[in-house]
Design a protein around this ligand. Structure first.
Ligand SMILES: Nc1ncnc2c1ncn2[C@@H]1O[C@H](COP(=O)(O)OP(=O)(O)O)[C@@H](O)[C@H]1O
Ligand SMILES: [Mg+2]
Length: 318
């Protein structure tokens, strides 16, 4: 049990992104686990419009359970830095780098030996201009990629706006779907055939690997949240040496992107020859009863209340 003088703690959840509902579930699950382990916490339904109310509420420590939007892109972290309130997870800089799939690929490619799928990145305004042109060669700078390719927004999540493009005719519609916001970019990415993997990380160390086997063509929104036929294997089932390799690579990625505080989830794809490719980092991964991080952590010997307590104990500023 914590002493009477423990800091007044909020579990910040909800938020304005399309992942709001999942965040509410993560937040309630975390609050329940922390209470079970003897920490008094209050849940707080965050929205950027409520910033002043939130700051006036007088919280002294924050457990961030916000997925996507201001809670995962560094904005909330920067606000808490300025307000002098310690918070869980990565700092504002790392959050904003990891939210950007283009930026994180550049850094991983430059600072580690981890493979990154080949890609082309064009800004949303440029993509919209090209869509309006109707020129047959308007995507010719992506011709170095072969079909199938993935088209996706650089700064979104939950597979929203992500498309598998199997032929040139499907490209326009995929780009349109990826043009979600003017300040974003569209990534055209080489499709990696093989296996989908995710690594749960605690304080920069890999806890284990999970292989995701969706029954859909790729791990889309339905496979993530709506269907119950997606298979999850921990360990991956692809061999101990392979899992150890992916774990080492995940630790290199975490180091390069500065996401070594609290829990993060790093996604990889592996080709048929089991070469892992870096896909993305989720700096505030789901913590619901169905989420992957609690499953992988349980396999590594951490109960959910222990895991939440360890994350909270690492709460810092900046
Ligand atoms: N290069 C790729 N090759 C094969 N599948 C991919 C590739 N990029 C994305 N995918 C599929 O699309 C899903 C969502 O893509 P991802 O880049 O992780 O975006 P999000 O942030 O929306 O999760 C992945 O989980 C994977 O199933
Ligand atoms: Mg993903």
């Amino acid at each position: 049990m914590e002493s009477q003088s423990s800091p007044r703690t909020a579990v910040l959840m909800g938020g304005e992104s399309e992942e709001r509902e999942i965040s509410l579930q993560s937040g309630e699950n975390i609050a329940k686990a922390l209470r079970e382990s003897g920490v008094e916490v209050e849940t707080y339904d965050w929205h950027p419009r409520k910033m002043r109310d939130f700051l006036n509420a007088g919280f002294e420590r924050v457990f961030i359970a916000l997925h996507g939007g201001s809670g995962e892109d560094g904005t909330v972290q920067a606000m808490l830095d300025l307000a002098g309130i310690p918070y869980t997870g990565v700092d504002a800089r790392s959050a904003s780098i990891c939210m950007d799939k283009h930026l994180s690929k550049i850094l991983v490619g430059a600072q580690t030996d981890v493979l990154v799928p080949e890609y082309l990145c064009i800004s949303v305004p440029e993509a919209r201009t090209r869509l309006a042109q109707h020129a047959p060669d308007r995507w010719e700078d992506s011709d170095f990629l072969s079909f199938p390719m993935m088209v996706k927004p650089a700064r979104n999540g939950s597979s929203v706006g992500v498309s598998l493009v199997e032929s040139p005719e499907q490209r326009d519609e995929a780009v349109r779907a990826a043009c979600l916001s003017d300040d974003d970019s569209v990534l055209f990415e080489q499709y990696v055939h093989g296996y989908e993997l995710t690594v749960a990380m605690l304080n920069g160390k890999a806890l284990g690997v999970c292989q995701i086997i969706p029954k859909t063509k790729f791990y889309d929104y339905d496979a993530k949240y709506l269907r119950n036929d997606t298979e999850y294997l921990t360990p991956s089932g692809l061999g101990g040496d392979f899992d150890a390799l992916v774990c080492r690579q995940a630790e290199d990625v975490a180091c390069a992107l500065g996401c070594t505080r609290g829990v993060v989830r790093i996604d990889f794809l592996a080709d048929a020859a089991l070469n892992p490719y870096f896909l993305e980092v989720n700096t505030v991964p789901g913590m619901t009863s169905h989420s992957l991080v609690p499953k992988i952590a349980a396999h590594a010997g951490y109960t959910f209340p222990d895991l939440c307590r360890l994350i909270l104990d690492m709460a810092r500023q900046g």
